[in-house]
Design a protein around this ligand. Structure first.
Ligand SMILES: Cc1cc2nc3c(=O)[nH]c(=O)nc-3n(C[C@H](O)[C@H](O)[C@H](O)COP(=O)(O)O)c2cc1C
Length: 178
């Protein structure tokens, strides 16, 4: 049996900074979330993406209500979660920065499947989804998304955000196994 380790610190009144510091050690896949439709085309980088249920197949995306893309996603009612490969760091920065929508979409190739949301052609996985519910929590909306199609590459390495910088899944695995 493993011996219990004493924690290095315990924070009781959790500030915004303490929360952010704690979240920085949760390694997360990096996604570019996109939409297109009557309200226009938009996209942003997101790590707050998570599986919800396999029946119906669904996931959630947390979107800041103050983001410039917020109204566009709500009005279109559908989105695509494009999970990035290890070599797509520049795309993550473009969709995560204060860049225009034209610039964000200019450097990659896109196609459409069921909903009309842009699918990134070189992504590791594309989840084409309908937004079925929205729940407001603090500064963000949780978008509940029912997956209508999945396009997946045979193999590839995933881009990971960990301790406020980028690395990749194979690097993390080799660090763990020595
Ligand atoms: C690595 C990374 C992860 C991010 N994750 C999220 C997220 O999960 N949810 C979110 O609302 N914004 C997230 N952002 C911030 C948005 O991508 C960013 O606010 C947006 O693209 C810029 O918004 P603007 O159009 O309002 O300028 C993330 C940014 C980066 C660089």
């Amino acid at each position: 049996m493993l011996a219990a380790q004493a924690p290095d610190s315990i924070t009781m009144e959790v500030s915004r900074e303490a929360f952010r510091n704690a979240m920085s050690v949760l390694a997360a896949a990096v996604n570019v979330v996109t939409t297109d439709g009557p309200a226009g085309r938009a996209g942003f980088t997101a790590t707050a993406v998570c599986s919800v249920s396999d029946e119906p197949p669904s996931l959630l995306v947390c979107l800041n209500r103050s983001a410039s893309v917020y109204e566009t996603f709500c009005a279109n009612g559908h989105l695509c979660v494009n999970t990035l490969t290890a070599d797509q760091q520049a795309l993550s920065n473009l969709f995560g920065g204060k860049t225009s929508m034209t610039e964000r979409f200019a450097t990659a190739d896109w196609s459409t499947e069921c909903t009309g949301a842009p699918l990134l052609d070189d992504a590791l996985i594309n989840f084409d989804c309908r937004i079925t519910n929205r729940v407001a929590v603090g500064s963000h909306d949780i978008l509940i998304c029912e997956i209508v199609s999945i396009r997946q590459r045979e193999c590839g390495d995933s881009l990971i955000y960990f301790q406020r910088s980028y690395c990749n899944a194979i690097q993390l695995m080799s660090a763990q196994h020595g």
